[in-house]
Design a protein around this ligand. Structure first.
Ligand code: ZN
Ligand code: FE
Length: 254
């Protein structure tokens, strides 16, 4: 079993992802930030789109569903909340479900917090996860709809994946996240990673995908319980420490 992932930037800071099941040639797109860009990339690759997999309802993730479905006949698979952008998914999925693309299986992981119904897709055989706006390189999604406790649980579900899992986040927010990470965490591994990130962005390189192991070692949101003392929150519960780091990021002017 194997997959090929084709990644490309679109909109101002989104990434589009096309995934092909190599055994059958069937393809999926993860979210639909920009229908024209996705259709153009598909044509360039000569891939046949079978599935649209949505992580959450936001327009920069599901806004291209109708146009891409009309152009390709692909089946839309996503959480119920996707109906908020105008059309219910053809197949509703939630945590615990699985979705097949040819011979490839994606486990659906509940990852609410950024939106209530947010989900992630994990291909265990290839160790690849598409996490939408839940986990970013050195960051995590804003809590537009969920509670810190819900988001913390979602992040722990992702952190429990194998360390070498490639994590495809939906935005290139890493340089801004790195400036914040430096302001709350003096761990040498964090400093080293942020320097590598600033240099990579200077060269115009992408910082996505990342890995679960790298995020566990350096992401201030996953490391929140270890930062609690420093933030004057000794004895705080893990999700309370997470809430404090999230609040600090929301008001950070870096
Ligand atoms: Zn979003
Ligand atoms: Fe987004």
């Amino acid at each position: 079993m194997s997959i090929t992932v084709h990644q490309f930037p679109c909109l101002s800071d989104n990434y589009g992802f096309l995934v092909r099941d190599d055994a059958t040639g069937l393809a999926a797109c993860i979210d639909t930030p920009d229908a024209a860009a996705i259709l153009r990339e598909l044509a360039g690759l000569g891939w046949k789109l079978d599935l649209i997999l949505n992580t959450h309802w936001h327009p920069d993730h599901a806004g291209g569903n109708a146009e891409i479905k009309a152009a390709t006949g692909a089946t839309v698979v996503g959480p119920k909340e996707v109906e908020r952008i105008g059309q219910a998914p053809d197949r509703q999925v939630a945590g615990g479900d699985s979705v097949s693309l040819g011979e490839t299986q994606f486990q659906v992981l509940e990852s609410g917090g950024h939106t209530l119904g947010h989900i992630a897709f994990f291909d265990a055989a290839d160790r690849v996860a598409f996490v939408g706006d839940t986990l970013f390189a050195l960051g995590c999604g804003r809590l537009f709809e969920g509670t810190p406790e819900q988001m913390w649980d979602s992040l722990q579900r992702l952190a429990a994946l194998p360390d070498d899992t490639k994590v495809y986040c939906a935005h290139e927010y890493t340089a801004a996240n790195a400036r914040f990470a430096l302001s709350v965490d003096d761990e040498p591994a964090v400093k080293a990673r942020t320097e590598a990130i600033f240099a990579a962005r200077e060269r115009g390189e992408w910082t996505v995908p990342t890995t679960i192991g790298l995020e566990k070692a350096t992401n201030p949101f996953l490391r929140a319980p270890l930062l609690a003392d420093r933030m004057g929150l000794a004895g705080a519960k893990d999700h309370e420490a997470f809430a404090a780091v999230r609040a600090a990021k929301d008001s950070f002017k870096g």
